[in-house]
Write a protein that binds this ligand. Structure first.
Ligand SMILES: NC(=O)c1ccc[n+]([C@@H]2O[C@H](COP(=O)([O-])OP(=O)(O)OC[C@H]3O[C@@H](n4cnc5c(N)ncnc54)[C@H](OP(=O)(O)O)[C@@H]3O)[C@@H](O)[C@H]2O)c1
Length: 268
């Protein structure tokens, strides 16, 4: 899908990957509808982009609120005239032992990571189908293909988003509306709180810059990719986990031992 002259709705635009995406998409000539739940932060980003000549609008909304996805899509179409590309980038993470996780946090996580993207797609699809064109981009995770200890609900929310993306792209074949599922690995953004960063350093996890992740997402959009998994050896582990999950079990159970002090700290 061509970026230049497209109108792109991005959720989580105030975040690390979302902000980098907004900047790079704007510099490629896209018109942007940024979604942020923090009006002040969103307006700051929108003003910076406008100062560089980008056509940018801001919509404010909390994606855990059930009526918000429908309202955001209606407002975006009303104000920008169309949505060519929807990027579901907003997300939250729960880290620690699942036994310590508050049920309310699990609910919020699924609402932001899974329910809101699905509801946004549901709201925008009639518009895209009527125009016989559009691209939906869902930000998943490597943990959406490898169930990762101490990230159980997060992994599950991204597994669900990946399954939804796969099913819907098969359903939409031939309609002109495409789905791209992108799975980053650990990325240096505020998404990972201090204890998670220290754990990632201790485990020597590969860590990407948000600008590089944004560039990979844009490459996936421009080339109409169905899926994009970021990083070696993570890509290989995704395949290995699908074919030989017991092999990955033993590696991750060993790693879970190293994660223990950090998971205990997160639960305090
Ligand atoms: N960073 C990583 O290591 C990593 C790895 C793999 C995949 N990902 C995925 O990449 C995507 C972007 O992550 P990121 O690293 O850019 O995270 P980030 O910097 O934390 O940004 C996430 C954005 O989502 C917004 N958000 C959270 N809850 C929301 C809600 N209820 N309503 C509206 N917006 C909400 C956040 O707003 P607030 O700041 O107000 O909370 C923030 O702007 C996520 O889907 C994440 O799962 C990230």
């Amino acid at each position: 899908m061509k970026i230049a002259a497209s109108t792109i709705l991005i959720t989580g635009a105030g975040g690390g990957i979302g902000g980098a995406l907004a900047e790079q998409l704007a510099s490629k000539g896209a018109a942007l509808v940024l979604v942020d739940r923090n009006a002040e932060r969103g307006e700051r980003l929108a003003s910076q982009l406008r100062a560089k000549g980008a056509r940018t609008r801001l919509l404010v909304g909390d994606l855990t609120q059930p009526t918000v996805p429908l309202r955001l899509v209606a407002d975006a179409i009303d104000q920008a005239g169309a949505i060519d590309i929807l990027i579901n980038c907003a997300g939250v993470q729960n880290f620690g032992y699942f036994a310590d996780e508050a049920a309310a946090d699990t609910t919020t996580l699924f609402n932001v990571n899974t329910v809101a993207p699905i509801n946004l797609i549901n709201a925008v699809l009639p518009h895209m189908l009527a125009r016989k064109g559009g691209q939906i981009v869902n930000l998943g995770s490597i943990f959406g293909s490898i169930g990762f200890p101490c990230f159980a609900s997060y992994s599950a929310s991204k597994f669900a988003l990946r399954g939804f993306s796969e099913a819907l792209r098969r359903e939409l074949a031939g309609t002109g509306v495409g789905i791209t599922y992108v799975a980053p690995r650990f990325t240096k953004t505020p998404f990972n709180r201090n204890v998670v960063n220290r754990m990632a350093d201790a485990l020597k996890m590969n860590q990407d810059e948000p600008a590089d992740v944004a560039a990979s997402i844009i490459e996936a959009i421009e080339n109409d990719r169905l899926e994009r998994y970021l990083g070696w050896p993570e890509k290989l582990f995704v395949r290995l986990n699908a074919i030989f999950p017991r092999l990955v079990d033993s590696a991750l159970i060993k790693q879970a031992d190293q994660m223990r002090p950090f998971a205990i700290e997160a639960g305090r």
